[in-house]
Design a protein around this ligand. Structure first.
Ligand code: DUC
Ligand code: ZN
Ligand code: ZN
Ligand code: ZN
Length: 465
């Protein structure tokens, strides 16, 4: 039987292996790996390129409604397009429950938002902000069984945060259902107390965002979350870990034999708190939470990646325009750090930034790169081996990398709908010059060639821990 597509000449890299083989694709699936795979309707010559499993971006926010007249800049069309052009073939954004809303209604709402728009496959994590009895007893267990096997909880933000008692209740439901809970670990009262003190002293420019959320508030909440995980006896994953102090807590837990998983993001490798102070207000472009730290902490995060403290490397893409009344500029409102929406864009730059500094910088191996950006998130969120590897039978989600290609990042070349990138002007080495999703080209030579709506919703299996 004829192949739909044959990719020849690439070196195949997975989390475990490196070998030369042609890739035969039929019906969107990898049908064969080897030589002399027979006739194909189309062929891509990938000589000199590396074939990696497409990236799985397990932490991104798309089309998430905001209060105060703010609005995210990317929906599922522009967000998935940008991801695809950066070598990512699966995204797992959030279906966020609003307090008082049923969880089922939240999930339905996000299906509407994604339907017909995403050009690559997607799954959902839920955000549980209101663990009312009916939600804990009925909705959450039912949704876990239907393929929503992970959810995020917050220890900060008034509209999202759970108290300690609620966190224990929610973790217990995860234990019973075999779900994975992602924890945003920052101490809410400490942040609001520090913020009020800064405000009283007139310190409200963007640089004070970092002052209001020092590592201590992240360290304390990380430790508390680890303690809850121990009490309930359920693994958790700490998201967007920013520096050495939270890393120490995670290592401490590992030494005690606890199953604590951890994620970090490009901003903690490439940005610092100083970036928030540039240009008086323009530092707002780099406001995210937890905030970026300093170069010593960047080194600690790199070490955590190299040593296996982290399992997952995600973008935490949370897109807001800068020069926009609905974005960072806060038109009609006082321009104070505490009102600036938290989050930065990064779906398209996630993989090249890690590849450049990590693989080409000699800090991590190619296999670690694949593990952190594709295989491990696919396993933890129940998408493996459909996603996260290049095996016969896996979806033909493939990024073809030119490992030596030098690219100076410009927002004008990116495919999101955000009016800036925090990485403007940085030069990286290595770029995914072709990306295939289910055997179809979605990006080629920095251009989007995919189809909005071609991506399918994926139900997640139980986490493979
Ligand atoms: N947490 C996230 O996960 N994303 C954006 C902002 C935040 O606080
Ligand atoms: Zn968060
Ligand atoms: Zn500087
Ligand atoms: Zn996030």
């Amino acid at each position: 039987q004829e192949l739909d597509l044959l990719i020849t000449g690439a070196e195949i890299i997975t989390a475990a292996d490196r070998f030369s083989a042609d890739i035969g694709i039929r019906n969107g699936v990898i049908a064969a790996l080897g030589t002399d795979l027979g006739p194909a309707r189309e062929t891509i010559d990938a000589g000199g390129l590396l074939a990696l499993p497409g990236g799985v971006d397990a932490h991104c926010h798309l089309d998430q409604p905001q209060g105060f007249g703010l609005r995210m800049a990317d929906d599922f069309a522009s967000g998935s397009r940008s991801a695809a052009c950066g070598g990512t073939t699966t995204i797992i954004p959030f279906a966020a429950q609003i307090k008082g809303q049923s969880l089922r209604a939240a999930v339905d709402d996000y299906h509407q938002r994604a339907n017909g728009k995403s050009c690559i496959d997607y799954a959902f994590h839920m955000i549980v902000s209101d663990p009312a009895p009916a939600i804990l007893e009925q909705e959450l267990p039912a949704l876990i069984d239907e393929g929503y096997t992970s959810f995020k909880i917050y220890m900060t933000y008034d509209d999202l945060k759970l108290n300690d008692r609620q966190i224990l209740d929610v973790l217990d439901v995860a234990r019973q259902g075999g779900a994975l809970v992602m924890v945003h670990a920052e101490n809410s009262d400490c942040i609001s107390w520090l913020t009020d003190r800064l405000a009283a002293a007139g310190k409200t420019t963007p640089q004070y965002h970092a002052t209001s959320r020092p590592q201590a508030v992240e360290r304390e909440a990380t430790h508390r979350a680890i303690t809850f995980s121990e009490l309930v006896d359920v693994p958790i994953l700490i998201v967007h870990v920013s520096g050495s102090e939270a890393i120490e807590q995670i290592r401490w837990a590992h030494q005690r034999g606890q199953r604590i998983f951890a994620e970090t993001c490009p901003q903690y490798l490439y940005l610092t708190a100083e970036d928030l102070g540039h240009g008086h207000y323009e530092g707002a472009k780099c406001i995210c939470s937890p905030p970026p730290r300093d170069s010593a902490n960047q080194d600690a995060v790199w070490q955590g990646l190299a040593q296996g403290t982290f399992s997952v490397f995600s973008s935490d893409h949370a897109p807001f325009n800068y020069d926009d009344p609905q974005g960072k500029k806060l038109k009609g409102r006082e321009q104070k750090f505490q009102y600036i929406p938290n989050g930065i864009p990064g779906l398209e730059t996630r993989l090249p930034l890690l590849f450049s500094g990590g693989v080409n910088g000699g800090r991590i191996s190619l296999h670690q790169f694949v593990a952190l950006t594709s295989t491990q998130p696919a396993k933890l969120y129940g998408l493996y081996p459909r996603k996260g590897s290049l095996m016969v039978g896996s979806d033909a989600d493939i990024a073809l990398w030119d490992p030596k290609r030098q690219v100076t990042i410009r927002n004008s070349m990116l495919h999101h709908d955000v009016d800036y990138t925090p990485y403007e002007g940085r030069t990286v080495t290595g770029w995914p010059v072709m990306t295939l999703a289910r055997g179809k080209l979605v990006s080629k030579d920095f251009e989007f060639v995919g189809t909005p709506g071609a991506g399918a919703f994926m139900r997640c299996d139980k986490p493979m821990l």
